[in-house]
Write a protein that binds this ligand. Structure first.
Ligand code: BGC
Length: 759
């Protein structure tokens, strides 16, 4: 009887605004009032329950779990001690788990259902690093929008994306998940992805809450080894690591995830400075922070917490609002509050943040709003999804080299040999983080090329990249001995006009816990490449890789090289369209390609040092290597087209004193024979400042499409935002002095000019 009364009273609070959902969702005050009422009737344990997130655990649509962990989680769900589940997918399962929370717990608070929708759900778009190579913010936003549409149709309402960790270290396997090395590009992409996932209305049935991760510094793990220690100074933290997170917060991202790493001695999960001072105080972020998987309990291994209880105290006090799979909050937090070690107002603040996102998603109006079987059937793997995936896949391809215009291929009368372990692979192009996509669902390069039937195409594998079908949680086994397929590939190559070789990393060789110390082509691929080169030099090398590789030999010897990443479901079609010139490549590298692992970290926006150049021939005391040059193999921003562009007339108009802007213009001409797109990049250098500034910093870019012989004048505006920087106390400042401006089609710019800022 008592339960019924409470439930009824609660329903009045929860559903009083059902008639007008739009007004409800947009009315912050009303949401606050509802949360206040709800908090008043919640027990401490129920509040802590909202801060607890469990992984999917048993066949939710099957029999009830009997004993063990699953039974415990099920009991907790019924008690209202679970606020969120992750890795429960598909309408049927989500409905079943939501039903327990909503219909069997005392207060019936709906769950928020999270999943790693990193680059698509069932239909995959290119890995995020590849999408970043498109520099096409509209296309990137659209891709996130499509991912949200598909995931929401499968019951998901929260993605653990975008991952916006800046990284300068290609050894780190998770560079595939981010937007590369640059904070300016990274910030624009962070904003585009948040807008894509969340749309204009989080309450809509086809948008989902996004999560900016991993806050902070995860991409700076020492020696590129995943989960490793991070130690960076204030300048790097504020000027390089924070900007994409700040941009995501300003774009209204609903949630943040903290990170596994320690930052300057304090694990991010227990880091008050990061979570409370910077994020919640300074940036006024009003969503919630979820821990990374088990990162609360991992503070024990870090040597920061004595035991689970201590880790709970540290995390809660530092502002981690939700515990992902540490079982820490659910077991320890209520007692810590009772003992006075964690203030109840901190708990209320966390719960308020979590409930707010649930309200904004419209879950209180209809907990089953993402559970529509008919929509799931219509949307997943639909033509619309495939078209969107193909569109961004083409735009993500980068033409690294094209000597003698070997590309595009002629469509008729050619004998083409297609060789390589990844040429017919239908799983690897899906890349890492493709948890809901099925094996063998990508279009292979072989299938893509077969659609062009004017040529004679012959395929030979040459070597295996893996000996067995890889799985996410298994170590890969690479073939380093078996050359039995070499002979056939050599014969096929001998008889061909052009050889297309598809080599690189298997899609699962990058991603979480996939750090590599050697960045050469894995297995026997380099040997195969050289063996084929001996019989036919007309090679187009198509690379599939989730990170920059060291491909010096190929760069020196192979005439055409195409960076085709893991491109997702439509991979083979996108690659074929680029090879045949039906899409003129327009991508630009979001990360520098090193010549050698020894150069890492390597990035375009480095500092000059006191000894940047050789001043006295024969003297060795300048900042360089004695065995390799300083420059990367391919610089940040590099990418060719089938046409060519000329930059002229860089002009600067200084109106900073009067209206706070420096305006820059440049003329771009398509001097080739084909219509093409160029990403025009503007860099500045603050020549001297109270904190030394990088030799170049990207501060603007525009994508322009031009017909042959056409010229366009482009204008850029530089404001305080682009001209200033963060000092070592974290204040954003702008200083007078001399600046250089550089413009070009890569960070190796071609035109420059100067101005003096007198503010
Ligand atoms: C990763 C996160 C991910 C989480 C949930 C962790 O291992 O670091 O990025 O969102 O797992 O799958």
């Amino acid at each position: 009887m008592k339960k019924t009364i409470i439930t009824l009273a609660f329903c009045v609070v929860l559903f009083s605004c059902n008639e007008n959902k739009t007004e409800f969702s947009s009315n912050e005050n009303l949401i606050d009032q509802k949360i206040d009422s709800l908090l008043k009737i919640m027990t401490l344990e129920e509040k802590v329950g909202q801060m607890n997130q469990y992984n999917g655990f048993w066949d939710v649509t099957g029999p009830k779990p009997d004993g063990g962990d699953a039974a415990k989680k099920y009991e907790h769900l019924k008690k209202g001690w679970v606020g969120s589940m992750l890795n429960v997918t598909g309408v049927k399962n989500v409905r079943a788990v939501q039903k327990i929370a909503v219909e069997e717990s005392r207060l019936g608070i709906p769950l928020i259902i999270g999943f790693d929708v990193i680059h698509g759900y069932k239909t995959l778009s290119p890995i995020p690093l590849a999408e970043a190579a498109s520099w096409d913010l509209e296309a990137i936003q659209k891709s996130a929008e499509m991912a949200a549409e598909e995931a929401s149709a499968a019951g998901i309402n929260w993605t653990f994306a975008p991952m916006i960790d800046i990284s300068r270290d290609a050894r780190w396997g998770r560079v595939m998940e981010g937007a590369g090395e640059d904070p300016f590009l990274g910030s624009k992409i962070a904003e585009a992805r948040v807008n894509g996932f969340q749309g204009k209305d989080l309450n809509a049935h086809n948008t989902i809450a996004a999560c900016a991760k991993h806050f902070a510094g995860y991409g700076f793990s020492e020696s590129g080894r995943d989960y490793n220690t991070v130690d960076v100074g204030t300048s790097t933290l504020f000027n390089t690591i924070f900007p994409p997170f700040k941009a995501a917060s300003e774009a209204g991202v609903s949630t943040f995830m903290n990170s596994f790493n320690e930052l300057n001695g304090i694990p991010a999960t227990g880091n008050t400075y990061l979570q409370r001072d910077i994020l919640k105080e300074q940036w006024k972020f009003d969503g919630f922070v979820v821990s990374d998987w088990g990162s609360i309990i991992e503070m024990k291994a870090h040597g920061f917490a004595k035991d689970k209880k201590h880790a709970t105290e540290l995390a809660a006090n530092a502002g981690s609002d939700m515990d992902m799979e540490s079982y820490a909050y659910v077991e320890e937090l209520a007692n810590l509050v009772k003992e006075g070690k964690v203030k109840e107002e901190f708990i209320d603040d966390s719960v308020r943040r979590i409930l707010k996102v649930k309200y904004e998603l419209g879950l209180f109006d209809d907990p089953y709003k993402y559970c529509d079987e008919a929509r799931e059937k219509d949307v997943l793997g639909s033509e619309k999804m495939h078209n969107a995936s193909l569109d961004i896949a083409k735009k993500s391809i980068v033409l690294l080299k094209n000597e003698g215009n070997l590309l595009p291929l002629s469509k008729k009368g050619q004998k083409i040999a297609l060789i390589g372990p990844l040429a017919a692979d239908k799983t690897s192009p899906l890349g890492s983080w493709r948890l809901a996509a099925d094996d063998n669902t990508a279009v292979s390069v072989l299938e893509g090329l077969e659609k062009y039937d004017g040529n004679n195409l012959t395929y030979a594998k040459g070597t295996d990249l893996t000996l067995e079908q890889p799985e996410f949680i298994k170590e890969l086994k690479i073939n380093t001995t078996d050359k039995s397929e070499f002979g056939k590939a050599i014969t096929v190559a001998k008889n061909a006009d052009v050889v297309i070789m598809v080599l690189g990393e298997h899609g699962f060789q990058s991603g979480e816990a996939r750090s590599r110390a050697v960045l050469d082509l894995p297995g026997l691929q380099q040997e195969l490449l050289e063996a084929i080169f001996k019989v036919n030099k007309n090679i187009v090398l198509v690379l599939n890789n989730g990170r920059p590789l060291t491909i010096n030999w190929a760069d020196k010897n192979i005439p055409a090289i195409v960076e085709a990443w893991p491109l997702g479901t439509q991979s083979g079609n996108a690659i074929a369209q680029v090879l045949y010139g039906d899409y003129n490549p327009s991508g630009k590298l979001p990360m520098s390609f090193p010549r050698s692992v020894g150069q890492i970290p390597i990035y375009y926006n480095y500092k000059n040092t006191g000894r940047p150049v050789l001043t006295d021939p024969g003297i060795v005391f300048w900042s360089h290597y004695s065995d390799i040059e300083n420059t990367p193999l391919y610089p940040f921003g590099h990418g060719l087209s089938y046409t060519s562009f000329v930059y002229e007339n860089l002009n600067i108009t200084d109106t900073f004193k009067t209206n706070g802007t420096i305006s820059v213009s440049v003329k771009l001409t398509n001097t080739g024979k084909t219509k093409g797109k160029e990403v025009v990049q503007l860099y500045i250098q603050d020549k001297f400042a109270s904190i030394t500034r990088p030799v170049k910093e990207l501060k603007g870019f525009q994508m322009v499409e031009l017909n042959p012989n056409k010229t366009k004048e482009l204008k850029f505006l530089l404001t305080k935002k682009e001209l200033g920087f963060y000092n070592n106390t974290g204040d954003f400042i702008i200083e007078s002095g001399d600046f250089n401006v550089y413009i070009g089609g890569s960070s190796n710019t071609v035109v420059d000019a100067q101005f003096n800022l007198n503010n």
